[in-house]
Design a binder for this molecule. Structure first.
Ligand code: SF4
Length: 413
């Protein structure tokens, strides 16, 4: 098989991994226009400082011994299969890098022969890249569940970021849809990687100090393949951030590909809006001081997708509103729909000089179309309906077809 053919197959097989989401674009250059989207494998990711970087995103192989019911690459699917050699993958990476197509590599894989065998091939590729080709670009590598920790350690010294995909939000879901995988096979390496990251620097065989996965570890959860609620997903997310110090949890709306009685029908649309709401809730956990149990409860285990999670929380806690903009503590201002954490800090700074009026808030560009129902300014309420009115909910609900489906609006205005 030609290398280009392998690239097409293995880039296409990697497209359901959402850590980099634009793989598989196929847009040729046109006369009078600048640039094109490479047909296979080039995707965009974002660095910690917000820079957009392009990565070659491929699987090492899509030949899998496992048969996870939700996966396009499962053993029982009749797909075209391919496997790179370490040399082939190095060649592609170096050639793409030299041509300035990419700034790094995002390497995942199905499980060929065994987890250890697959991980050995991945480590061999990374070693060749780093030591033979002196490749100093960014590498994000997936750890294969069940692989020996020694191999994960080697990969961690060569890669910038590592991820171990949890995929299904509950142990029951894993048993149902991926019975060949074991929850501990995922958690154990995640815990090991955390320990190594916290352990700091190590001396390599080349006598250079090398940091173990300096860009941290991440994971991915599939939303909507199982009956797991938003509450289950958020509780797990909170635990992953706290216990395993993950940099990010990514969520992937399940795209029905396979027919199986335990899966949503293939005609079901991917739950993109639900995925977006969970991303917003994740933001609330990380930056707004919310706890998972505050956002969702046993009796209300899923968000209402018509409103964002912060509005959802506020509407369920009207007894805590309205708050006086000139007196409320920072933590409470951050919980007001329409006030982001940076704006809350600006308000606290500004009100030290003089009490703020409603006009001041307008000048500061607070999103008053939402915030006005939850605040008072110098004791006055500016909402056009009462805080506890039934009319409030439809006012705060976003249009079903809003741009948020495509993640184009800011997390919280
Ligand atoms: S192990 Fe990974 S690639 Fe293989 S079937 Fe399961 S999810 Fe797919």
């Amino acid at each position: 098989m030609q290398l280009l053919e392998k690239l097409q197959i293995l880039a296409d097989s990697a497209k359901y991994d959402v850590s980099c989401s634009s793989s598989g674009s196929n847009r040729a250059s046109k006369k009078g226009q600048l640039g094109n989207a490479a047909p296979a494998g080039i995707c965009h990711s974002w660095s910690d400082d917000g820079r957009c970087i392009s990565l070659l995103k491929v699987l090492f192989t899509n030949c899998c011994i496992y048969d996870c019911k939700y996966c396009v690459n499962r053993a029982s699917n009749d797909n075209r299969r391919a496997t790179f050699t370490p040399d082939e993958l190095c060649r592609l990476t170096i050639e793409f890098y030299r041509r300035n197509y990419i700034e790094g590599l995002f390497l995942s894989s199905a499980v060929i022969k065994s987890p250890d065998y697959t991980m050995e091939l991945i480590v061999a590729t990374l070693k060749k890249l780093r030591y033979e080709h002196q490749f100093n670009g960014y590498i994000h590598v997936k750890s294969i569940p069940g692989a020996d920790l020694r191999l994960i350690h080697e990969a961690g010294l060569l890669a910038d970021r590592m991820s171990i995909n949890i995929e299904l939000p509950s142990v029951q879901g894993l048993k149902l849809l991926a019975p060949q995988k074991d929850h501990n096979q995922i958690i154990k390496p995640m815990s090991y990687v955390k320990e190594q990251i916290l352990g700091g620097q190590e001396l390599t065989i080349y006598r250079k100090k090398q940091i173990f996965v300096p860009a941290g570890q991440t994971t991915q959860l599939i939303v909507g393949a199982t009956q797991d609620s938003d509450r289950t997903i958020l509780n797990l997310t909170q635990e992953l951030y706290r216990r395993y110090k993950l940099k990010r949890v990514y969520y992937s709306a399940y795209v029905p590909i396979n027919v199986h009685k335990d899966l949503p029908a293939v005609t079901t649309s991917p739950p993109l809006l639900r995925e977006h709401r969970i991303y917003q809730a994740d933001w609330l956990l990380r930056f707004y001081g919310f706890e998972a149990h505050e956002l969702l409860s046993e009796s209300q285990a899923n968000f209402d997708t018509r409103v964002d999670p912060k509005c959802f929380w506020a509407l369920n806690h009207l007894d805590q509103f309205p708050v006086e903009i000139n007196k409320a503590p920072l933590e409470m201002l951050m919980r007001v729909p329409g006030i982001g954490y940076k704006m809350a800090e600006r308000i606290v700074r500004a009100r030290r000089i003089a009490p703020l009026s409603y006009e001041d808030l307008k000048r500061m560009r607070v999103v008053l179309k939402r915030a006005k129902y939850f605040i008072t300014c110098k004791g006055a309420y500016y909402g056009d309906v009462d805080l506890d009115s039934d009319d409030l909910y439809p006012i705060l609900a976003e249009e079903k077809d809003s741009k948020c489906l495509y993640g184009q609006i800011s997390m919280f205005g």
